[in-house]
Design a protein around this ligand. Structure first.
Ligand code: SAJ
Length: 426
């Protein structure tokens, strides 16, 4: 019997499942809890639904009994450590939706026993662990820092990132009390060798929001400068490449069709929401949000001008969109700006279709969209081929050779653009 503490992981998505595997790999028993019975059933049968988790690895930990997926929270009373990795989306009003986190805390409170360490990983607004989670976990009389321990440690899982494995990424940890921080560091030491502790849960919560707000604001800046550069007939991509030669004090970001994913479009609004509660201004976040949200409109405006220059109204023009996932070489479509572009093209009555090697089908605008079979004849039939996601899968030279017009929103054709006169870039 190994002496590693048993771990409970609540929420078995792109954060919770890889975290569970990490714990299993170093000998912990992991009780994985998820509210979705289908997901639990798939895991029990050894089928991973997370790209970064191989089914063979999952099956190994299922067969050995190390990983036990369940919908039953009651099993968590056997865990010394409980990590909460549930979604924290935005409501339509751009207010935080804390329902998943609150529900997880409520059900953990029912089974919380003395000695347990609870670590929240889901991205939340500053103060959420102390103001929302702590009262729920304390309601049955257990005292934090004495009977149980509570900390925040932001997830830094970057789906598809092959450069850094999760274990190599330093883990920020902040507890409600110093003892809580210590207990959380102890809980994670077997899988996260690099730890950065901060004085409280709030600094840890804010660190995560800074990381992703930094990205959103800088992406907003370069998107704004891309529009300015276009009006000045300046090649923004060369500008970024030239600025990137500066070995210090600069970090390149790139314009694109908009901001997708489950982190960058969402996390900054957890910060701005809380800032409003303390009457603080977050102008950069709001402005970046507007600039980034406007990019799909800019893409369609540029496209309609391209077609117009060739005497073609967008209405009825054949437009093929290449790539609908929110970023290169992933299948995730959450918040993908491609959806906005497809919607705008559909509204303008363009004859629009898409191809994406990672996304075979999706439902949107009350219809099912199917990835077309890419062929030279199909490309040649198009009035314009729009590159929205620069998957490495594509042979951009072949596409440019057979397309009458290409609109490249990702600089994917950087290396061949000079050989063709039918490629327009964002
Ligand atoms: N994007 C741009 N221009 C850029 C960078 C990104 O338009 O210069 C777009 C992408 O196409 C995408 C969106 O922004 O639609 C977000 O892209 P991202 O590169 O930030 O990727 P994400 O959303 O997967 O962000 C995650 C984050 N990881 C965590 O929160 C744990 C982020 O902190 C990482 O820095 C990022 O991955 C990463 O570096 O890949």
């Amino acid at each position: 019997m190994n002496d590693q503490p048993t771990v409970g992981v609540v929420g078995l998505g792109y954060v919770g499942l890889p975290l569970s595997m990490l714990f299993c790999e170093v000998g912990h028993h992991v009780i994985g809890v998820d509210v979705n019975p289908d997901a639990v059933q798939r895991l029990i049968s050894g089928q991973s639904y997370i790209e970064d988790v191989e089914s063979s690895v999952l099956k190994q930990h299922i067969d050995s009994g190390a990983f036990r997926p369940t919908t039953d929270y009651d099993n968590l009373k056997d865990a010394q450590i409980i990590s909460i990795c549930v979604p924290t989306p935005l409501r339509k009003s751009k207010d935080p939706d804390m329902a998943y986190v609150a529900n997880a805390a409520e059900t953990i409170a029912e089974v919380l026993v003395a000695g347990q360490t609870v670590i929240l990983e889901s991205t939340v607004y500053p103060g959420a662990t102390e103001e929302l989670i702590l009262p729920i976990l304390s309601k049955n009389g257990l005292e934090v820092g004495k009977d149980f321990y509570l900390a925040f440690s932001p997830e830094r899982v970057d789906p598809g990132n092959t450069q850094f494995s999760i274990r190599e990424i330093p883990k920020v940890i902040g507890g409600i009390t110093p003892q809580c921080t210590e207990k959380a560091v102890e809980a994670y030491q077997s899988i996260f060798p690099k730890v950065s502790t901060v004085k409280s849960t709030k600094e840890a919560e804010m660190a995560k929001l800074l990381e992703n707000t930094f990205r959103s604001v800088n992406i907003g800046l370069i998107n704004e400068l891309a529009l300015v550069a276009h009006k000045m007939d300046i090649d923004i991509w060369e500008v970024i490449e030239a600025a990137s030669t500066k070995p210090f004090g600069f970090m390149p970001f790139y314009p694109g069709p908009g901001l997708g994913g489950h982190c960058i479009p969402v996390d900054p609004f957890y910060l701005s929401w809380k800032a409003k509660m303390v009457a603080a201004e977050t102008g950069f976040i709001e402005l970046a949000g507007r600039v980034n949200a406007n990019m799909p409109l800019h893409v369609v405006d540029r496209l309609s001008r391209l077609l117009n220059d060739r005497g073609k109204p967008i209405n009825g023009s054949k437009v093929l969109v290449l790539g609908v996932a929110y970023k290169r070489d992933v299948s995730d479509m959450r918040e993908s700006p491609a959806l906005d572009v497809l919607g705008l093209l559909h509204q303008s009555k363009a004859d629009v279709s898409y191809h994406d090697p990672f996304v075979s089908q999706f439902d949107y605008l009350d219809q099912t969209w199917n990835s077309v079979k890419l062929s030279e004849s199909l490309i040649a039939e198009q009035d314009c081929v729009v590159i929205l996601t620069d998957h490495t899968h594509y042979d951009y030279e072949r596409i440019a050779k057979h397309a009458s017009q290409v609109f490249d929103t990702r600089n994917a054709t950087k290396n061949i653009r000079s050989q063709f006169d039918n490629i327009e870039v964002l």
